[in-house]
Design a protein around this ligand. Structure first.
Ligand SMILES: O=C(O)C(=O)C[C@H](O)C(=O)O
Length: 328
């Protein structure tokens, strides 16, 4: 077993909020295997009229994101429509993004499949395609039997054989399955499991995860923009947020304010992001996110069937949310 390294104190929430992050890092003696702190857009997958992956549009989106101070990019998070991509497409998208992404940016690739065997294979191949870390969503189809024991077994097998660090991914909004707290705490002990992206939005649960793993180099990422500030306040190290596909600069600004302890300013910004975030996630889903991307100068386009584009009325409602907060 590899020895666990300790996470910088700021990421565990032990330092005063006013201390700049680099000071925390200097104060810390040990580092995690891969420091994943920062903001990541879980990028969408553009399709052409025949629902084929449009790599040219993907490249153009990446080009636009390159001017935003993201820590990296998540490929095939929930908003990448990975459940609708073939295995070959999943790998090709990762490969393509790694080619276009500046070296210093982290590429986190969603490698979760329903079976443990397929996830192991996909994680290996995504690492070969250039991922620095894999994001492994909870298998959920047989959720009635996805006990803590089954999930700990699954993630342990995957982490044992993954050539790159593993990040747990709990997204009950899509899977109807929250990775149980006791399983997260157990898995945090694994030397190749470096963190969790928690999209559930239960801040007390996130606080408990951080508290119970504070002796480890285990990093928590807020899995949606609606609770980015509360996440930072409680010791999360960053966020993977659908909204970053549209308001990436603003989310990085929110990160800067939180990390710098400018809580009043951060609060004002956070309030303006809650409803737009809900609109492009829970309310209108990926079709809503892709529609909004078009308004903000990115390639969104259609989703793969069976996801349908927004109706005219839905488009109006979505637009109203963004304009009422001054974003459009
Ligand atoms: O697409 C993903 O992956 C996300 O994490 C998005 C997340 O679910 C959100 O609500 O922003």
């Amino acid at each position: 077993m590899l020895l666990r390294t300790l996470l910088p104190a700021c990421m565990r929430g032990f330092c005063s909020p006013g201390t700049p992050r680099f000071m925390h890092k200097l104060a810390s003696t040990k580092k995690p295997a891969l420091d994943i702190s920062g903001i990541y857009p879980p990028i969408t997958t553009p399709f052409n009229d025949r629902e084929q992956v449009d790599y040219a549009k993907l490249d153009e989106n990446l080009q636009k994101y390159s001017s935003i101070p993201f820590r990296g990019i998540v490929v095939q998070g929930s908003n990448g429509e990975y459940t609708y991509l073939s295995k070959e497409e999943r790998l090709e998208v990762v490969h393509r993004v790694r080619q276009k992404l500046p070296k210093e940016k982290i590429l986190m690739a969603g490698s979760g499949c329903e079976s443990t065997q397929a996830t192991i294979e996909m994680s290996r191949q995504m690492a070969e395609a250039g991922a620095e870390a894999v994001l492994v969503v909870t298998p959920c189809y047989y959720r009635g039997r996805m006990t803590s024991a089954a999930l700990v077994h699954h993630y342990t097998q995957v982490a044992d054989s993954s050539p790159v660090p593993v990040i747990l991914y709990s997204v009950p909004g899509n899977t109807a399955l929250d990775l149980p707290l006791d399983a997260v705490v157990t898995l945090a002990e694994h030397p190749n499991i470096i963190g969790i992206k928690d999209s559930g939005g239960d801040i007390t649960r996130m606080g408990l995860i951080i508290h119970k793993t504070q002796h480890l180099a285990f990093q928590v990422l807020s899995g949606s923009a609606g609770f980015l500030l509360p996440g930072y306040a409680i010791g999360a190290v960053g966020g993977v947020c659908a909204l970053a596909n549209i308001l990436g600069t603003q989310l990085c600004e929110l990160e800067r304010l939180c990390v710098g302890g400018q809580w009043q300013e951060a609060r004002k910004l956070q309030y303006r992001l809650i409803e737009p975030n809900a609109a492009v996630t829970r309310r209108f889903g990926i079709p809503g996110l892709k529609q909004a991307m078009e308004w903000f100068g990115y390639h969104g386009g259609n989703c793969r069937s069976p996801l349908l584009p927004l109706t005219e009325q839905e488009q109006k409602d979505l637009r109203k949310v963004f304009s009422s907060y001054g974003w459009l």
